[in-house]
Design a protein around this ligand. Sequence first.
Ligand SMILES: *[C@@H]1O[C@H](CO)[C@@H](O)[C@H](O)[C@H]1NC(C)=O
Length: 292
Amino acid sequence: MGRSLLLPLLSLLCLSFLKGARPATFMVTNSCGYTVWPGILSNAGVAPPSTTGFMLSPGESRAVAVADGWSGRMWGRTLCEQGSSGAGFACTTGDCGTGTVECSGRGAAPPATLAEFTLASVGGDDFYDVSLVDGFNVPVLVAPANGSCPTTDCPADMNAQCPPELRVVVAGAAVACRSACEAFGTEAYCCSGAHGTPATCAPTAYSRLFKAACPRAYSYAYDDATSTFTCAGGSAGYGVVFCPAGGSSGNQASPPTSAAYPPMVFSSGGADPATITLLPLLMAIFQVMSMQ
Ligand SMILES: *[C@@H]1O[C@H](CO)[C@@H](O)[C@H](O)[C@H]1NC(C)=O
């Protein structure tokens, strides 16, 4: 390879390390009084993290690193069980249908509360939201590690407040709350067909119920104005907390305060270790080449 080709190639390599080498860390915490099995689905064409599903006992946390510019969603699965004699792993709510704890590229069966992320490369803006468009199963909080950026959440227990016609009841207990779209399938509830634009899909009595309980969460498909959050300049990580208000159901009369959230530790600060290790090497190569 000639020197004329090598130099641009090497600068490209160098640039890519300097520009896009910061992964984000999700600190996923279960503050519910019951076990939650988080699931993670990456968007198409996005590299998935090393785990796409795992178990969190009450009070337990787990850090999950995602690649720079990651986008996708997280949710909690509840009432999961490893079936006996060959029957696979399955969850009563939020199941991803793989028959294993890992979700491996499959999403949540509704109803499930979703935490959605579109993370930028270093310096760009992150977007995130909590969505009840696919219904509700577990209260969720999303807290950027960058303290200047807003948190969003659905801290209320919508299972307790769910209208009977939307309620999912298992063994006498309300375990999830369906969206009106899933329950009735009409275009007006689903924002489809004649109601397929923001101008023709208005809030309904059902979406207003969700909005009243969780004002920062998406209550229907075109609820963007009050439900999408931006972290300008990005965040090195995000806390995702199930049942931020604590308790066995997550149901608390008062909204959660920051004191209620467990302390989050992020390994952000400074350059990426890979950049630090590789930079002297790359500079040495440049030096040798410029001497030729
Ligand atoms: C944190 O967020 C603020 C406000 O959006 C932004 O100006 C800043 O660049 C962010 N900091 C980092 C380290 O990303």
